[in-house]
Design a protein. Structure first.
Length: 346
């Protein structure tokens, strides 16, 4: 009689332990698949202006106090010069590149290998940020809810600091998202992936149209899919104005400011996410020139490179970032009207 009793107690104990483990949140329903959306119109990310921009600028009377505002716009006339600069950089620093630069105010873009698949590395953390804040906007989670680190979450490799914390360390979901992005923390990634459920994150990607991205394994994506993720982060209608602004803030002043942001003038705000693994390196962000009022005044840059090294890819990314800023912020040249009788050409 003693043996069956012991077996019963052991089974009950195992069941109790299993029931106390945090798993995917039961109240999160897998999102319904929606049609591929049009490029969203973003509002209300509102970075504050800072002085001393080195780029061409003008005083914005609506901003008050003589605030400087840098106009950055990708027009059709600027596309070929920008494309030429991207190709020059790619030839100077040989690698396999996927690049897309997009201006929502004009709808114009310049792309190079933007549909090619690359290892996403830590760009794979963007879908988790999106899905978490989307769930918060829908009332499915509260960002002040707590999450505890489990032994299975610990990722003692790559980037991050949470792996040095004791098992059971507790933080809010909002704090975990900060670790996820600002420190690109791999343990935070595992924690939020467990909390949301991998199928939930994948379904959210699919529902917004990022269908060339393979989340987690094999963890690949394309520059165009990453652009779509950035657009969703920037679009207040995807979450809420406050949550969109919060995500963009989380993506600024990270521990990895040596790529897209590094060459840009002071006063430029860059909300971005980096990634690197093996010979693949990437940075993708929303660039807010000084005085930008919302994401309609911003532009998007995604640079992915494979078959290269850290130093080479970093320099190439910096040069592409600076070229985009310089060309987009150049004042538009007025068209000169020809005098009567002067040949106008064709």
């Amino acid at each position: 009689m003693a043996l069956p009793l012991l077996i019963g107690l052991a089974v009950g104990l195992l069941f109790l332990l299993a029931s106390t483990q945090e798993g995917p949140v039961a109240r999160l329903e897998v999102p319904a698949v929606e049609p591929t959306p049009e490029a969203p119109s973003a509002k209300d990310s509102s970075p504050g202006p800072r002085p001393d921009s080195q780029a061409s600028s003008q005083t914005d009377p609506e901003a008050g106090g003589g605030a400087t505002r840098v106009e950055a716009e990708l027009t059709r006339k600027k596309k070929e010069p920008l494309r030429g600069e991207l190709e020059r950089v790619a030839q100077t620093y040989p690698a396999t590149y996927g690049v897309v630069i997009f201006d929502p105010s004009t709808g114009e873009s310049v792309a190079m290998g933007a549909d090619e698949r690359f290892v996403a590395a830590s760009l794979g953390k963007l879908p988790v940020l999106m899905a978490l804040y989307r769930a918060a906007a829908a009332g499915q989670v509260d960002l002040d809810d707590e999450i505890s680190m489990q032994a299975s979450d610990v990722q003692a490799y790559g980037t991050g600091v949470l792996y040095t914390y004791p098992i059971g360390h507790t933080m809010t979901l909002r704090e975990c998202a900060n670790y996820l992005i600002k420190k690109s923390d791999n343990t935070a990634w595992k924690m939020l992936d467990r909390y949301l459920g991998r199928d939930y994150v994948r379904a959210e990607l699919y529902s917004v149209g990022a269908r060339s991205t393979e989340y987690w394994i094999p963890n690949t994506t394309t520059p165009n899919d990453v652009l779509l993720m950035l657009q969703k982060v920037s679009d207040p209608s995807y979450t809420t104005p406050d949550l969109s602004a919060e995500m963009l803030a989380v993506m600024t002043n990270t521990d990895f400011e040596d790529r897209l942001p590094q060459p840009l003038p002071e006063g430029t705000r860059v909300s971005h996410k980096i990634g690197y693994y093996g010979s693949t390196f990437a940075d993708a962000g929303v660039i807010f020139p000084e005085g930008a009022r919302d994401a309609e005044d911003a532009y998007y840059v995604v640079v992915m490179a494979s078959d290269t090294g850290l130093s080479t890819s970093r320099t190439a990314t910096q040069e592409m970032s600076l070229a985009a800023y310089r060309i987009l912020s150049e004042p538009a040249q007025p068209t000169r009207n020809a005098p009567d009788g002067e040949a106008q050409g064709s």
